[in-house]
Design a protein around this ligand. Structure first.
Ligand code: KIV
Ligand code: NA
Length: 275
């Protein structure tokens, strides 16, 4: 059964952790649904792990829609959150238009936007229009340049205080959930305690109300770089290369296809056709 926003509120209330994992296409969504993870995030991390860009910045609305639709087809029973790509919520009008598309055309249950106090009016407009919103504060990859790179946020008093203000602003604006990325656990714990909405951590410690990681990272499918917060649960890249290599070699050596994978004719038809 597809979980609902009240289910996530309840989970925070009773202390049941919320699991979230990214997925980007039909087969990955099927795997995540079969594994019974609570929420699928169609992250704009797809720019890096699926499309091979250097960052999430180039990801377009059309790309997000294309992948969100595939995920929805693969996981009809799972709550799906779709990332709004960089610049797709630069104004209130753009935000309404693009968030509406991810819900109506993409089939997402909710959208996720990066930012705190600065995007409070946008989150407020979206939620008033009936679009469920997930916030995302701390290390926000779309604006990493302004943060001075991919660095842990909230390490000093001033920065930690700003994160608390950002979290409150997002909650006040009507978001029903918030992602905390690359934040010291103590700060994430305080935000999780002060906010009523569930916090989903990535590199934010065990005190968050849930956790999120990237599909390709936990399965060992993306090796360009691995942040400290990633835990790899399988080594599918090596296993895949091995299998593909074996296939290629069997083609060369005539081991594939064998009779088992080959169609033939009955003796009777062979007799008629070829005498
Ligand atoms: O794009 C993404 O995958 C994300 C998560 C890492 C939170 O935003
Ligand atoms: Na993202």
């Amino acid at each position: 059964m597809r979980k609902t926003i009240p289910d996530f509120e309840k989970m925070k209330e009773i202390g049941e952790k919320i699991s979230m994992l990214t997925a980007y296409d039909y087969p990955s969504a099927q795997l995540v649904e079969e594994a019974a993870v609570d929420i699928i995030l169609v992250g704009d991390s797809l720019g890096m792990v699926v499309l091979g860009y250097d960052s999430t910045v180039p990801v377009t609305m059309e790309e997000m829609l294309h992948h969100t639709k595939a995920v929805r087809r693969g996981a009809p029973q799972t709550f799906v959150v779709a990332d709004m790509p960089f610049m797709s919520y630069a104004t209130v009008d753009l935000a309404i238009l693009n968030a509406g598309r991810l819900i109506k055309e993409g089939g997402a249950d909710a959208v996720k936007l990066e930012g705190g106090v600065d995007i409070e009016p946008i989150v407020e407009t979206l939620t008033r229009a009936g679009i469920p919103v997930v916030g995302h504060i701390g290390l926000t990859p779309q604006t990493a340049t302004q943060l001075g790179g991919f660095k842990v946020q909230g390490r000093d008093l001033e920065s930690a205080t700003r994160l608390l203000e950002d979290g409150s602003a997002i909650e006040r604006a009507g978001a029903f959930m918030i992602v905390l990325e690359a934040i010291p656990r103590q700060v994430a714990a305080q935000i999780s305690q002060e906010l009523k909405i569930p916090t989903i951590g990535i590199g934010a410690g065990a005190e968050c109300d849930g956790q999120v990681l990237v599909f390709h990272d936990i399965l060992g499918l993306f090796k360009r770089f691995t942040p400290k917060f990633v835990k790899q649960y399988a080594e599918l890249r090596a296993a895949s290369v091995l299998a593909i290599k074996q296939y290629g070699e069997e083609v060369k050596s005539n081991l594939f296809p064998s009779d088992e994978h080959t169609f033939g004719l009955s003796d009777e038809v062979i007799q008629k056709l070829y005498g």
